[in-house]
Design a protein around this ligand. Structure first.
Ligand code: UDP
Ligand code: MG
Length: 326
């Protein structure tokens, strides 16, 4: 009894810890500034929260790692994971999440486009019982029309195809409770599309709106090729609807062949006009066979879709808490 009370008191007074996860790829222009800004913010809430900063050097070819090494030497709470080559932003964040030890985890870009000043507000919302607080971009400064247009197209397509609602105008900037991170870490799938998975796992999520600033320095590390890969991961790992589209096309094709057949029979019977000899049989066979082939592809696709579902190894459900179980 006494032991329990003491334990509770200790738990209440225990300083909570927040882990900051920052992926970096060729960010020598911003690395130092990013660290300073984040430390500034963390110093302000030092009394309530202990912290660790986990930098992931995603195979940078510039001085990023050197700069990070210097930081880690000065501050033992700054940790570094360094990749052997560039594995991409999502892999970098995934690696960071695997190593966090905090009670709350913040994922943030290195280029200060996501303001670190928002972290205390996120922590406040977290203390109120929210599990995920995701940054929602109210305004995006300094991003090209092309990027805005493609991003908006991507989210529209993704939400039309996918079974889980993935919030628009949201990147990976978010605060996540450690329990949720543990669930994500258990998922065995490769090519994780994190913002989709964070939606998929459920829990209590709320947006926090912010203005997305311009990049502090340097250029974007997301060229079109990487954006397309991200979009592909997002669409194909959250939906097997593209397969079903093939099925729909097959059915349409078969229906067209039937219409042509009916039309041909009627025109012969009532002598509407003289169809070229051979036209009917060719057209009907062609559209009918194409339709049947597409339908077969869709059927095979359905099986593949199911195999795919199984191999991703996502659990059937996630329990948030149980009550009165020993
Ligand atoms: N990044 C990474 N590996 C990559 C590409 C990007 O770790 O292959 C990091 C990058 O250093 C930055 C974050 O991911 O911290 C977001 O990249 P960026 O700001 O270039 O993307 P944008 O804001 O232009 O979409
Ligand atoms: Mg950026």
């Amino acid at each position: 009894m006494l032991k329990n009370i003491m334990k509770n008191c200790w738990e209440m007074n225990k300083v909570k810890k927040v882990s900051i996860v920052i992926p970096m790829y060729n960010e020598q222009e911003v690395a130092e500034k990013c660290y300073e800004k984040i430390i500034d913010t963390l110093k302000r809430i030092e009394e309530k929260y202990d912290y660790e900063i986990i930098f992931i050097n995603d195979g940078s070819k510039d001085k990023t790692l050197e700069i990070l090494r210097n930081i880690a030497q000065k501050n033992r709470k700054a940790k570094i994971i360094s990749f052997s080559r560039n594995f991409g932003h999502q892999s970098a964040v995934t690696a960071g999440l695997k190593k966090v030890t905090g009670d709350a985890v913040v994922i943030i870009d290195a280029d200060l486009q996501d303001p670190p000043e928002l972290i205390p507000e996120m922590l406040n919302l977290w203390e109120k019982g929210n599990d995920i607080i995701y940054g929602k971009r109210k305004l995006r400064k300094g991003e090209s029309k092309f990027k805005l247009l493609t991003a908006s197209m991507f989210y529209k397509t993704l939400n039309a195809l996918s079974d889980v609602e993935i919030p628009k105008n949201t990147g990976d900037f978010r605060l996540v409770d450690k329990n949720v991170v543990d669930v994500i870490n258990l998922l065995p799938e490769h090519n994780k599309f994190l913002r989709g998975l964070f939606s998929w796992v459920g829990f209590k999520q709320i947006p926090l709106e912010y203005v997305r600033e311009e990049r502090y320095a340097g250029k974007t590390k997301y060229p079109l090729k990487k954006m397309l890969k991200l979009a592909q991961d997002g669409i194909f790992s959250f939906s097997i609807k593209p397969l079903k589209i093939v099925g729909a096309m097959g059915i349409i094709s078969v229906v067209i062949s039937i219409i042509i057949l009916v039309y041909a029979i009627l025109s012969y019977a009532f002598n509407w006009n003289n169809l070229t000899a051979g036209w009917t049989s060719l057209m009907v066979t062609m559209t009918f066979l194409c339709g049947m082939i597409l339908i077969s592809l869709w059927m095979i696709g359905e099986y593949i879709g199911r195999i795919y579902d199984e191999t991703r190894g996502r659990p059937q459900y996630i329990i948030k808490e149980t009550i009165n179980f020993e």
